[in-house]
Design a protein around this ligand. Structure first.
Ligand SMILES: [Zn+2]
Ligand SMILES: [Zn+2]
Length: 238
């Protein structure tokens, strides 16, 4: 009996070590998330382990990039309230992809238009009503701002990168490392890792002539990167 318990203990310990190793390889090198402004007019809100971004689009009007993991929207509604804004102040939600940790808060904002890539509408499912399925390269005007959508399939078939107010929003298609490099999507949670890398490469090539427009990169689960330089490392993601 004692001997059996010893073996059970050993197996449990091994599983814990293994889970720790998997966790570390997926998240251990992440740049920590800092709440607050990324650039002027773009704010990071930390909804437990996922980021939501508030983008100013007009006086008293904002758009969100992703809607968070919390169905009660505590962090997002709190951040809006701190600015004197209500759920009705959110004109649009731009979903980077259909995973539930990015869509759960959408229903709290019933007046917002909801944008997502066409190819991820089914993955969004009941979490949100996508009012505007997007195609690659589409440009949406919200208030006084333009939001440009790029298709970057890989993490999910309909993953999007958005460009608004000079910030590229990657969702889970990329992340920032502690040393300031752009990392590809976490393989464990991605549909097609090779396609993700190919999409990031293609985006880097596509945006290279527009580097003057790009001030920062924002990610779904890591801190942001400021400046254009990290885009160069996208062309050879690790
Ligand atoms: Zn995801
Ligand atoms: Zn995610």
């Amino acid at each position: 009996m004692k001997r059996a318990l010893k073996w059970v203990g050993l197996v449990v310990a091994l599983l814990i070590v293994l889970a720790g190793a998997v966790w570390y390889s997926a998240f251990g090198n992440n740049k920590p998330v800092v709440e607050g402004p990324v650039v002027e007019g773009v704010e990071t809100v930390k909804d437990s382990f996922v980021n939501v971004f508030i983008v100013d689009v007009a006086p008293g009007k904002v758009a969100l990039v992703d809607a968070g993991n919390d169905k009660a929207g505590k962090a997002v509604l709190g951040a809006l309230a701190r600015r004197g804004l209500t759920p009705d102040s959110v004109a649009a939600i731009f979903l980077t992809h259909g995973h539930g940790d990015h869509t759960a808060g959408a229903k709290l904002l019933p007046t917002a238009e909801v944008y997502a890539m066409e190819a991820d509408v089914s993955l969004v499912g009941d979490a949100a009503k996508v009012t505007h399925p997007l195609k690659d390269g589409e440009i949406v005007t919200v208030g006084d701002e333009r939001v440009e959508a790029f298709s970057v399939p890989g993490h999910t078939p309909g993953s999007a990168v958005y460009l608004a107010r000079g910030v590229l929003f990657f969702g889970d298609s990329a992340g920032a490392s502690k040393t300031g490099e752009v990392m590809k999507a976490v393989r464990l949670f991605s549909k097609d890792s090779a396609l993700n890398v190919a999409s990031l490469n293609a985006l880097a090539v596509r945006l290279a002539p527009r580097k003057a427009e790009i001030k920062a990169f924002a990610f779904g689960h890591t801190g942001s990167l400021v400046g254009y330089e990290p885009l160069a490392s996208l062309a050879s993601p690790k």
